[in-house]
Design a protein around this ligand. Structure first.
Ligand code: SAH
Ligand code: SF4
Ligand code: F3S
Length: 471
């Protein structure tokens, strides 16, 4: 990027160069410590695809420092947990897993333990780690990802505990090495942070302000992915529809079009789309671009206008339904998925029923349904919440049951039809692949199909599991 185009949140090129030098220094220290044998890293990711993508970049740094990788925690010389703060459950799982490291480290005192990601941006969390988990060597938040080599070098040389938990608006660093988890499916971050402050959500507090990567950087990475054989690219951001909102450099719809125009046989997906910023123009672009999947993940959270207002979502049930109607009009085969929160503070049973009626009206392919979980520091956490956990559990089951009926009906309709499927896994002669609409189908075949597109005819549907055969 020319110097004049550098934005306030862009990490300068010289800073990245310095980090590569730190990586080389760390490598030298590790080589002498492990006698030339590659030390092993174990990296575990909690949370969303944004975190998975961050972990791929952290693994890129680790590889540059000379680490190999293992799935067996006891074998590891370096353990890294990339954490998520979105719900209590995610938070508890992290603490459970960190606690379980203590006896492992007792058997292997040289093990370096590091915690990073969204939870580590919360002061009450890192303070607790500092005080009660003395065996943790390194803690860093989401804004320090580009500085891992420097932090690791500090840990290696000083032997002291390092905490890097700066609370800021966030950065964009181009040029971090990436070690991807898969070869034919790729995560491609297009923006970071969030400005929406939905009243229940911790993400804007732990991920900083919304900022977009330049279209030039995104398109270059898309080209790289495609050239390396990637068949399924997912563009990532908390609110992809507001890509480049500040700069106006290139809209999200234009970006989709540009990536669609790259030569090759691949699919483009994106998440997450926010209904507040989703436009008919975007839906028209999807319809026009043959490589963009006929799949739209459009979280609505609640079907009731009062609750939506309290959530600070910025749209109404009617606006949401009009988007869905238009999407179905321009893409009759569109597959819709969504996120829902059950039991937001003050939600009544009648209001919850509006959520059920909305899913029945839309007929989603699948849903991610969550019981509301209060997050310290968010607006909703201080709202009165009179409904018991038990009642919320009942509502949750009611919603799940309603969705199961919808899914069964949808799956039944797929029997007899043929779909283009990307083969993802093979277990005992049974392949699993995903349709353009992100529906899984099982069918006989062998490993050689993995990462390839095949046409599959659906022959049966049992308990929402679809089976078929290659045609
Ligand atoms: N940016 C995305 C959501 C990211 S978080 C969007 O706006 O749609 C993923 C999902 O977690 C949210 O869609 C929401 O359904 C759920 N979630 C977030 N905070 C939550 C909380 N405090 N309790 C329960 N679920 C929550
Ligand atoms: Fe959270 Fe709302 Fe931002 Fe999504 S848009 S990450 S739900 S604040
Ligand atoms: Fe969790 Fe952070 Fe993603 S809180 S959902 S890992 S942005």
């Amino acid at each position: 990027m020319p110097k004049s185009d550098v934005r306030a949140f862009d990490v300068p090129f010289e800073q990245l160069k310095k980090q590569r030098e730190y990586a080389a220094l760390a490598r030298t220290v590790l080589e002498s410590r492990y006698g030339g044998k590659a030390p092993l890293a174990y990296v575990h990711t909690f949370g969303c695809q944004g975190n998975v993508s961050d972990s791929e970049r952290m693994k890129g740094w680790l590889a540059q420092m000379g680490y190999g990788f293992t799935d067996v925690i006891e074998e590891a010389d370096f353990v890294l947990f990339n954490t998520c703060a979105v719900r209590e459950h995610a938070h508890d799982r992290v603490f459970g897993n960190v606690g379980a490291l203590k006896p492992i480290k007792q058997n292997k005192p040289d093990m370096i333990i590091a915690l990073c990601g969204c939870m580590m941006q919360q002061e009450h969390v890192w303070q607790k780690i500092k005080k009660s988990y003395p065996f943790v060597n390194l803690v860093f938040g989401t804004h320090a990802l580009h500085r891992i080599p420097e932090l690791m070098y500090k840990v290696l040389c000083s032997g002291k505990r390092v905490f890097e938990v700066e609370n800021c608006d966030g950065y964009i660093a181009e040029g971090i090495p990436v070690r991807r988890d898969g070869s034919f499916k790729g995560w491609l971050p297009i923006m970071y942070g969030c400005n929406n402050f939905c009243s229940y959500c911790i993400v804007p507090y732990v991920r900083g302000r919304e900022r977009s990567r330049s279209s030039q950087a995104v398109i270059a990475e898309a080209r790289e992915l495609i050239a390396s054989g990637c068949k399924d690219i997912t563009l990532l951001g908390q609110n992809v529809n507001s890509y480049n909102r500040e700069s106006g450099e290139m809209s999200f719809a234009q970006l989709l079009e540009e990536i669609n125009n790259i030569d090759g046989d691949f699919r483009i997906r994106f998440m997450t789309s926010h209904p507040k910023d989703c436009t008919f123009e975007l839906l028209d672009t999807m319809a026009r671009c043959e490589k963009v999947s006929r799949h739209l993940h459009l979280p609505f959270q609640s079907g009731n206008n009062r609750v939506l207002k309290e959530m600070n979502r910025g749209y109404t049930r009617e606006k949401y339904l009009s988007l869905v109607e238009y999407a179905k009009k321009v893409m009759p085969d569109i597959s819709l998925t969504s996120d829902i929160i059950v039991g937001f503070p003050g939600e009544t049973y009648e209001e919850f029923r509006d959520t059920v009626s909305l899913i029945e009206a839309v007929e989603f392919t699948s849903l991610f349904t969550f019981i509301y979980s209060p997050r310290e520091g968010t607006k909703a956490a201080s709202m009165p919440d009179p409904i018991s956990r038990e009642d919320k559990g009942k509502w949750f089951r009611e919603l799940t049951l309603a969705q199961e009926k919808i899914a069964a009906k949808r799956s039944q309709k797929m029997v007899g039809q043929t779909y283009r499927v990307l083969c993802e896994e093979c277990n005992g002669g049974l392949l699993s692949g995903r349709t353009d609409g992100s529906v899984m189908i099982d069918f006989p075949g062998d490993e050689s199909y993995i990462g390839r597109f095949v046409d599959v005819k659906v022959t049966a549907c049992r308990n929402w599991t679809l089976s078929g055969e290659i045609v």
